[in-house]
Write a protein of this length. Structure first.
Length: 203
């Protein structure tokens, strides 16, 4: 009799577990309720470099700014870089941090910095925006904003003109050796700023 009770208890537990699983399967979520990363989209042709991002959180202008920024570094394109890099930070890097002659030297240095993580002839095969956050505690964003305020002209704090700022966690897939080999980097942080309805990048 004890054995029959034990079998019955086991069967009851299985039925309850099955019922719970069925109930879980019936739960439906709308797209708006899903977290970042649930609806990733890859685009290999519309931007300077291939990009993957969650279309619900990142708009095309924001993606284009990031793609142009990284594409300018990849291609050593100083003119494109200047159009999308945060002007205040660029001036600070060129004139005070590194004492370069011009933006071209800065872009070459940034290119060489990425090459040291990847390869001399690296090309971005895909850049993934794994996180897109307004949280100023993410990825050192607060520290960057504090720095920008500290290097702002007197009586013109950068954050006073700032509309929005995001911390982006990026991961990039790259090719090298004339595209015969591929690799993947660990996470990198990039900051996207919106000023006067224009998006700028810095990292």
């Amino acid at each position: 009799m004890k054995k029959i009770y034990q079998i019955g208890a086991v069967l009851l537990a299985v039925m309850m577990l099955t019922g719970c699983q069925s109930a879980k399967q019936k739960v439906n979520y709308t797209e708006d309720e899903l977290p970042y990363g649930a609806t990733m989209k890859s685009n290999k042709t519309s931007y300077t470099i291939p990009m993957t991002y969650d279309r619900r959180f990142v708009n095309e202008d924001q993606v284009r700014a990031v793609a142009d920024y990284l594409g300018a570094i990849q291609n050593r394109d100083a003119e494109l870089y200047e159009s999308v890099a945060l002007p205040l930070y660029t001036t600070y890097q060129v004139g005070e941090v590194y004492a370069y002659q011009d933006i071209g030297e800065l872009v070459n240095a940034l290119h060489d910095g990425i090459a040291s993580q990847t390869a001399d002839d690296f090309r971005f095969q895909m850049v993934l925006i794994n996180e897109f956050s307004l949280d100023r505690n993410a990825g050192g964003l607060n520290a960057m904003l504090s720095l920008l305020d500290s290097i702002s002209p007197e009586n013109a704090k950068f954050t006073d003109s700032l509309q929005n700022a995001w911390a982006l966690e990026l991961e990039w897939e790259f090719s090298y050796n004339n595209d015969e080999n591929t690799g993947r980097t660990e996470s990198q942080w990039l900051y996207l700023m919106q000023v006067d309805d224009v998006y700028y990048c810095c990292m």
